[in-house]
Design a protein around this ligand. Structure first.
Ligand code: TXA
Ligand code: MG
Length: 345
């Protein structure tokens, strides 16, 4: 299959381009499109065969459910058996935006979408291209991140092509996305609600809207149902091919140690000060603000992964709640995550 790439205006998407993409989706095809978080790989959520194609293209295990994108609150309500008060408050406050609500589904939603679960994950994305596509399609769009299963999520159209060129029909290229990290996923079928995946909407923001929410279970990775490969091995997801180490404290020393062994090391730090005494082959400095860092994180990881390095060392940001999502993604990207008190599992 040839994958077409169509440029599209990120602010005012051209009707012609959007109609073409909606037509492909209507006929059961796959279209990668920008959302405000990452690029998604879309299919008609109500067409089981089309959704099956998403799983095949990504190599995604059938046990991992996908998010369903809808145009507005009314379309979300059409797909669920219950719409609790908390859903209304969160949707009013955060949609369109990077928050995904898990709610009891109705039969119309195919089991393939939810991996057999009785719940469905829903969100209204804030990107003009995603919204225009949903409006043109007139059906909900199932869309996981547009990367091969377990690989880094795409924040640009080029990243989508790294893994999926030749496997999907179309990529809508609107340039880099504004958010950079996947949405926060919250389960509203339990009391109190539980965050399944931290993201751009923080626990504090959720609690300001609906009261107590439970934090993600430590080490219970919502994205994977595969058994751990061996004790002490981290579940790799959102991962570059190059082995990545997260280091708290003195990452300078770790970089020096690896460089001395003759390894080509990429170093990601959060302050220019870290450059002092750097022996790394490539150094990238990320902003010391969680939101600004999220926006650049995957692009930097993609870049270093393509640089022919032996190792990527990341100086970990502080273990505070505002860094929860960034640390979560780094933990999943890492082959080794040394957080001060030895290695975390
Ligand atoms: O920002 C995002 O959320 C992006 C863009 C494209 O919207 N999408 C995304 O989708 O990251 P994906 O499939 O890569 O991640 C979906 C997450 C996974 O952690 C999955 O396990 C969880 O949502 N999920 C989906 N449906 C669920 C359900 N019914 N119950 C619990 N978790 C669910
Ligand atoms: Mg993903």
């Amino acid at each position: 299959m040839q994958t077409h790439v169509l440029p599209v205006d990120a602010e005012r998407p051209e009707l012609k381009v959007i109609s073409k993409a909606a037509g492909i989706l209507r006929r059961g095809g796959l279209v990668a499109f920008p959302t405000e978080t990452v690029y998604g790989l879309g299919a008609n959520a109500l067409d089981e065969a089309a959704v099956q194609r998403i799983f095949a293209a990504k190599g995604r295990p059938a046990t991992n459910p996908v998010i369903v994108h809808v145009a507005d609150i009314a379309s979300a309500r059409d797909l669920v058996a219950e719409w609790p008060e908390q859903a209304e408050r969160l949707a009013e406050r955060f949609w369109p935006g990077p928050l995904t609500l898990v709610l009891p589904k109705i039969d119309l939603v195919p089991n393939m979408v939810t991996a057999g679960a009785s719940t469905v994950a829903l969100r209204v994305p804030a990107h003009p291209v995603a919204l225009a596509l949903l409006q043109a399609a007139q059906f909900p769009i199932a869309a996981p991140s547009a990367n091969c299963s377990t690989a880094l999520s795409p924040t640009r159209a080029e990243h989508v092509l790294y893994g999926l060129d030749g496997l999907i029909d179309l990529v809508l290229d609107a340039g880099p996305v504004p958010g950079g990290l996947e949405s926060t996923v919250i389960d509203l079928t339990v009391k109190p609600p539980r965050i399944l995946r931290p993201g751009l909407v923080t626990p504090a923001e959720l609690e300001a809207a609906i009261g107590t929410v439970l934090r993600p279970r430590a080490h219970a990775w919502a994205d994977s149902s595969e058994p751990k490969k061996s004790p002490g091995m981290l579940e790799r997801h959102y991962a570059p091919r190059t082995p990545l180490e997260g280091v708290a404290g003195n990452s300078v020393e770790r970089v020096r140690e690896l460089s001395t062994q003759g390894l080509r090391v990429g170093w990601i730090a959060f302050s220019d000060v870290a450059k002092q005494g750097a022996t790394a082959t490539v150094v990238r400095i990320l902003p010391a603000d969680p939101g600004a860092c999220a926006k650049e994180l995957y692009a930097v990881l993609h870049e270093l992964d393509a640089a022919g390095l032996d190792r990527i060392v990341v100086a970990l940001p502080p273990a505070t709640e505002e860094w929860l999502a960034v640390r979560d993604r780094l933990r999943r990207a890492a082959t080794c995550f040394a957080d001060g008190n030895g290695f975390e599992d």
